[in-house]
Design a protein around this ligand. Structure first.
Ligand code: P6P
Length: 343
């Protein structure tokens, strides 16, 4: 009986059959996957590992850092800095970029990550995850003194060469795209290996399930309010069907549900902080999740344009996120464009 392929075999086949994964990129993905295994061990220890609670510090976003946020960040840096496959890293937990030290060879890739997204859920044992995005380094100015600068990272999401997340939930699952669809690998804790458990993941174009933090309703812009009101009106309303609502407050868990059974996830702009386009970060949350969703047949916009076409101006910039079942995302986006045209 053919055993299910491992992550390594999947990556080798993607390289041999599709020519999608040069050896350094395969190494990068395998190193990130191995780091996620180590993070999973710390996460699963919980109180037994003295890793719960606050670290007593704040990150660049001004958010209280959990001990596990810092541990996960250090695991990813330590695992990736020496391999020669990347030139620098960027993290939600670090203000600047981390350039590979001179004592190690520099590779052609840039790795961005949110080391532990949803960390407010850690202490209450709700699924959390690691999100990562891979870009090719670009250096338009060969005369430049610094080998890698922040500006090298400021590429739109359609430039990604790999993206994925690891969800630490009832199962530990690595979800990955290299541009040839979405595959899911479940961690076999007995063997310590990632086993392919689903490939060619597809998001149904329609759904009856929406995900948004309803407590923010009074702050939303009109198009989002219109869409959610129609969902709440159910079969008696203009949609002619009843909707269900989910909000895990862990993007990885909400996106994993959408990849698994469809749905729409919204974290839109709201008037609490009008100068900010949204809460979620473009480079290491919206871009990787947006590419995964598109690769699974869904859509991802900021309400007005494809997320992967947003040209970043800052490493930690935020963006509104509407992603999931294509027909629903297109409806919400159409409501935004209609409202703009009416202004
Ligand atoms: P709220 C987690 O902090 C996060 O960045 C995402 O994972 C999640 O979707 C969102 O924020 C939850 O935000 O405002 O509902 O707590």
């Amino acid at each position: 009986m053919n055993a299910r392929p491992s992550l390594t075999r999947y990556l080798v086949e993607q390289q041999r059959v599709h020519g999608l994964i040069p050896p350094e990129l395969r190494l990068l993905i395998e190193v990130v996957a191995r780091a996620c295994k180590r993070i999973a061990i710390s996460v699963n220890k919980g109180a037994l590992g003295e890793v719960l609670g606050s670290a007593g510090s704040e990150n660049v976003q001004g958010e209280v850092q959990k001990k596990l946020d810092i541990i996960a960040n250090e695991v990813l840096i330590d695992a990736n800095e020496w391999g020669g496959h990347l030139a620098a890293m960027a993290s939600e937990e670090m203000e600047g970029i981390y350039v590979v030290p001179n004592r190690y060879p520099q590779g052609e890739y840039l790795l961005l990550f949110d080391p532990l997204d949803g960390s407010s859920n850690i202490d209450v044992n709700v699924s959390i995850g690691t999100i990562f995005s891979v870009l090719r380094r670009r250096n338009e100015d060969p005369t430049r003194v610094d080998p890698v600068c922040v500006s090298d990272f400021l590429q739109p999401g359609h430039q990604q060469v790999a993206a994925g997340y690891c969800i630490y939930g009832p199962q530990t699952v690595l979800v990955l795209t290299v541009g040839n669809g979405v595959a899911m690998f479940t961690l076999d804790r007995e063997q310590g290996s990632w086993i392919l458990t689903q490939e060619n993941v597809r998001i149904p174009p329609d759904t009856k399930e929406f995900a948004i933090n309803m407590s923010n309703m009074r702050h939303w812009d009109a198009p989002v309010r219109r869409y959610v009101d129609e969902c709440l009106a159910g079969k008696e309303g203009p949609r002619g069907k009843d909707f269900n609502m989910r909000w895990i407050a862990s993007m990885v868990a909400d996106v994993h549900r959408i990849l698994s059974r469809g749905g729409i996830f919204m974290y839109p702009w709201d008037k609490r902080e009008p100068e900010k386009p949204g809460k979620l970060r473009l480079m290491y949350e919206a871009n990787p999740m947006g590419w995964l969703v598109e690769q699974a047949g869904g859509a991802a916009t900021n309400g007005r344009q494809r997320i992967l076409d947003v040209v970043p101006t800052h490493l930690h910039e935020r963006v509104s996120v509407i992603l999931g079942s294509k027909n629903e995302v297109e409806r919400v986006t159409a409501y935004h464009l209609e409202a703009d045209a009416a202004r």
